[in-house]
Design a protein around this ligand. Structure first.
Ligand code: FE
Ligand code: FE
Length: 267
């Protein structure tokens, strides 16, 4: 029989004492009993531990639940939660790239300037390669290429559609707005590919990391090119297309506006 005394000091006024006694059954099981003294009150806890064979069975059962948690594929190999997340993210971006194969031609066709149209068409060809590269990565991890609905990309594509509907055909404002819509898409892709590259490196999937990194670089280059196109002349020419009132008010403030502003700031 073993006896163990555990003192736990809760705070100045409260002291908890636990006295645990245990003894072994003939059949190998262990019975333990704890007396818990809590501010002069005694609580008794009894616990029966099963014999060794039963313990092994318990371990096997808990191992089974671990297999379910990590998604055992039944072939003896276990898929970790990180591997599952990596595959999910691959499916997400595979779906996203396929939506872009349909969306980019519409954006190119709607563009006002040739420069933006060419940039979209060039990126369409890159996007076709992005899909092929993802298929290669699926192959490397022994999975069939499969897309998983990505609400975020669906939303971004919808936003680009709305811009085409809401802006005037042939206007520079449309190009300025299309560039922002396209950059939102690129930033989503950069975030996803950036994360996938890092996860692939962490999981020692060197070839997959190299492939995903190629696409990441192209997405970053596209983002930079779109910024360049916007800043070269499109934003400035869009500015000339219509009157806008905000700056005029700032440039020619009358006395009343100035005193109103001051009143607001002093609140
Ligand atoms: Fe892409
Ligand atoms: Fe892209």
């Amino acid at each position: 029989m073993k006896m163990r005394l555990i003192n736990v000091r809760m705070n100045i006024k409260t002291t908890v004492q636990i006295v645990r006694t245990s003894f072994q059954h003939n059949e190998g099981g262990i019975e333990s009993q704890s007396h818990i003294f809590f501010n002069s009150k005694i609580f008794i806890m009894k616990q029966n531990t099963k014999n060794r064979n039963q313990t092994r069975q318990t371990k096997t059962a808990s191992q089974g639940s671990r297999n379910r948690m990590t998604g055992s594929n039944g072939s003896g190999k276990q898929e970790s939660l990180l591997e599952k997340f990596f595959t999910d993210q691959l499916k997400d971006i595979y779906y996203a790239e396929q939506q872009l194969l349909k969306a980019i031609p519409k954006m190119a066709q709607a563009s006002t300037t040739e420069e933006l149209e060419d940039a979209f068409n060039d990126h369409l060809r890159q996007t076709e390669r992005h899909v092929k590269r993802l298929e290669k990565v699926f192959q490397l991890i022994g999975k069939n290429p499969e897309g998983k609905k990505c609400e975020a990309m669906d939303g971004l594509v919808k936003e680009a559609d709305s811009i085409i509907k809401e802006t005037k055909q042939g206007s520079m404002t449309r190009d300025a707005a299309l560039i922002i819509a396209a950059q939102k898409v690129e930033h989503y892709e950069i975030a996803t590919y950036g994360g996938l590259v890092q996860l692939a490196i962490t999981m020692n999937l060197k070839q997959a990391a190299d492939i995903l990194d190629k696409t990441l670089l192209e997405e970053e280059d596209t983002d930079a090119l779109l910024t360049e196109i916007a800043e070269n002349y499109i934003n400035v020419q869009a500015e000339d297309e219509g009157n806008y009132s905000w700056q005029r008010e700032e440039e020619q403030p009358n006395d009343e506006q100035t005193s109103n502003s001051l009143a607001t700031y002093s609140m």
